[in-house]
Design a protein around this ligand. Structure first.
Ligand code: COA
Ligand code: AMP
Length: 631
């Protein structure tokens, strides 16, 4: 079947389509109900099926005779380690860890937080939770204790799994003190903290709740997989929303496993036994779907990379990993390619490696700008595929489906709607727009399997954030347009979410933090264009009258505050003091106007502005201030 046929089939008869895909998996109980509604009237896939994601990722392959195949290659330039784990080895460690978690009192229905760097034990911890029906919530290691505490209070883990340290390029980051601080800040107190000592020299302050990871694993028996309902929450993954409180995206098990198995084959075009590398982090959705569960369910070798595209040790790292492990298909963020391009503009490093194993390069996390795409293709002439998805969807929604039919690439577009996603472009009134008209990107319900089930313990926010704006449709929060050939172009977020080096962050959350500084009367944080990171935040602050703090000091303190509360990953470096902020007559801050002025784009002064003179003030202010790492 070509793309058009398979896509139409998935939209016209979703139940038959996804039943066929679900049948590719081994269920404890095959679902007889394919598509129904949950008690909150939201579409639900495979309601009466029973399955286990860890079983599909590990035990199944061992039973099929592939136990000695390599499941995970841990490649860590920061510790100069390469270690390969067979499916048998991973299963043994995961099953013992799962046994250990049971002995700590964890059971099906409980939650566990995983706060770990990019090490194999992070994947083992996820799989061990899945094995016994414990819902995991992985928190990205770049988040500060305050962020970790918010997540602890929301998902109330019985246990936290962590490691002694992570490594950022050349600096050791001790994780355990961060976990202890988060537990102190949080109201909910986990019972145990399982700590893996990486023996890299980090300080591990001892607390009564500590359990040694190695002792737990080696002192425990292997435990079997527990069948769970298809709708059982495999994980909660927090992502930035339009308020200071992150949103806990709830993922089911059966629909997700079906969607991932399908994506590996039909979107990424990867056959079992091939080598797949998603250069991301287990703290993001890409890590969940395409470092851990997707490739393992599809019986691939997955690469777990602890490093950066540059500086670990240099811009050749990606090419070294591809050549050394014979990677067939790779996934990274355009920002990583931009970082490499900046260090090695003529692709000299690329020439030093044999990249003949690499068939396709996938890019996502932010829009792939045309210059980056062209640079990539000039130096590595294989399909470089931009594709669009979100933490909420869990797997791609717009792509060039390489396992179905390779369609011509249109630079700037993420491709066409993936099977199962009926994507439309709406205006504010919910009317569908025609070709090349820009509007809101929405998806007609039901979404296909594997997409978010709910927000953790907050169905009202789920409905108001995603479903109520256009009844019967999922509101993605992105803007975009479709061209005459149904290629979709994503133009960016239409809310207060920004994308910094492929990391999704909330400007509303940063505003809350900046406003908490004693000298700040009010502020706005906006995302502005950045050549390397795509976007970076910029804080505009109005100081309290009578405050005569030096700007330099204020900037330093505000930056420090954001680093302390969110983490360095927020990348806030620029703070500008302004006399006042542009507002509508009803008091709404005109962030889009400020963004356009800073980015040097054409802008229209909204008729509702309370004082037009402020625009000239801002233009003068911005033109005399050095903003951003490249401006
Ligand atoms: N733990 C602790 N700190 C972390 C961290 C982690 N896991 N990840 C990032 N940080 C820190 C960094 O050390 C840096 O701190 P600094 O301001 O003190 O230097 C800060 O957070 C910003 O980090 P980062 O966004 O990674 O910027 P960078 O300048 O170090 O590197 C890139 C730039 C483009 C190379 C890097 O951002 C990158 O590789 N991006 C790709 C991201 C990606 O794969 N995203 C997943 C989507 S698919
Ligand atoms: P996250 O939930 O962290 O994966 O971020 C999802 C958001 O990143 C989307 O809503 C988009 O705004 C942006 N995004 C991800 N991939 C792309 C892409 N290929 N093109 C444009 N924007 C993207």
């Amino acid at each position: 079947m070509n793309y058009k046929e398979i896509y139409n089939k998935s939209i016209e008869n979703p139940e038959d389509f996804w039943k066929e895909q679900a049948n590719q998996l081994e269920w404890y109980k095959n679902p007889s109900i394919i598509l129904s509604k949950d008690e909150k009237e939201y579409p639900l896939w495979f309601a009466d099926g029973e399955i286990n994601a860890c079983y599909l990722a590990l035990d199944k392959h061992i039973q099929d005779g592939f136990g000695e195949n390599i499941a995970i290659i841990y490649d860590s330039p920061v510790t100069q380690t390469v270690k390969k784990f067979t499916y048998n080895e991973v299963k043994t460690e995961v099953a013992k860890l799962a046994g250990g978690l049971l002995s700590l009192g964890l059971k099906k229905g409980n939650t566990a937080v995983i706060y770990m760097p990019m090490i194999p034990q992070a994947a083992f911890a996820m799989l061990a939770c899945a094995r016994i029906g414990v819902t995991h919530s992985v928190v990205f290691g770049g988040f500060a204790p305050h962020e970790l505490a918010i997540r602890i209070d929301d998902c109330k883990p019985k246990v936290i799994l962590t490691a002694s340290s992570g490594i950022e390029v050349d600096r050791l980051i001790a994780y355990k003190p961060l976990v202890d601080e988060a537990i102190e800040l949080a109201e909910h107190k986990p019972k145990k903290v399982v700590v893996l000592n990486r023996k890299l020299g980090a300080r591990i302050p001892f607390k009564k709740y500590d359990v040694d990871y190695d002792a737990l694993v080696y002192g425990s028996e292997e435990t079997p997989c527990v069948p769970v309902e298809a709708s059982h929450p495999l994980y909660v993954l927090y992502t930035s929303g339009t308020t200071g409180k992150p949103k806990g995206i709830v993922r089911d098990t059966g629909g997700y496993a079906t969607a991932l198995n399908y994506s590996m084959q039909y979107i990424y075009g990867v056959k079992p036994d091939e080598i797949f590398w998603a250069a991301s982090d287990v703290g993001w959705v890409v890590g969940h779907s395409f470092i851990v569960y997707g490739p393992l369910i599809n019986r691939n070798t997955t690469i777990l990379f602890e490093g950066k595209p540059i500086k670990t040790p240099d811009a050749s790292t990606f090419w070294r990993v591809i050549a050394e492990h014979k990677v067939n298909v790779m996934f990274t963020a355009p920002t990583a390619i931009r970082a490499i391009k900046k260090e090695d503009p003529n692709g000299e490093f690329i020439k030093q490696y044999d990249l003949s194993s690499l068939r396709t390069q996938f890019l996502a996390g932010e829009r792939c700008d045309i210059a980056t795409l062209e640079w990539y293709q000039q130096h590595i002439p294989i399909p470089a595929i931009d594709h669009w998805w979100q933490t909420e969807s869990g797997w791609p929604m717009i792509a060039n489906m390489m396992g179905v039919e390779f369609l011509p690439i249109k630079p700037g577009s993420a491709g066409k709607a993936v099977t199962g996603y009926n994507i439309q472009i709406f205006n504010e009134k919910g009317e569908e727009l025609g070709p090349n008209e820009e509007g809101y990107v929405v998806i007609k319900l039901p979404l296909p399997p594997g997409t978010m089930l709910d927000l953790w313990k907050d169905n009202a926010r789920f409905k108001s954030g995603y479903l109520n704006k256009f009844p019967g449709y999922y509101f993605s929060g992105d803007g975009g347009f479709k061209d005459q050939d149904d290629y979709i172009f994503i133009t960016g977020r239409v809310d207060d979410v920004i994308n910094v080096a492929g990391h999704r962050l909330s400007t509303a959350e940063m505003e809350e933090i900046v406003s908490s500084h004693h000298a700040v009367a009010e502020c706005a944080v906006i995302g502005i264009n950045d050549e390397l990171k795509g976007q970076i935040p910029l804080a505009l602050v109005v100081t309290k009258s009578g405050e005569n703090m030096e700007h330099f000091q204020l900037q330093q303190e505000v930056v420090q505050l954001v680093r302390q509360q969110i983490g360095a990953v927020a990348s806030l470096r620029d703070v500008i003091t302004v006399q006042r902020l542009p507002k509508t007559r009803s008091g709404k801050i005109l962030r889009k106007l400020m963004r356009s002025i800073v980015d040097g784009e054409n802008f229209q002064i909204p008729s509702t502005i309370d004082d037009e003179e402020i625009v000239n003030e801002l233009i003068t202010n911005f033109s005399t201030t050095k903003i951003g790492s490249f401006k």
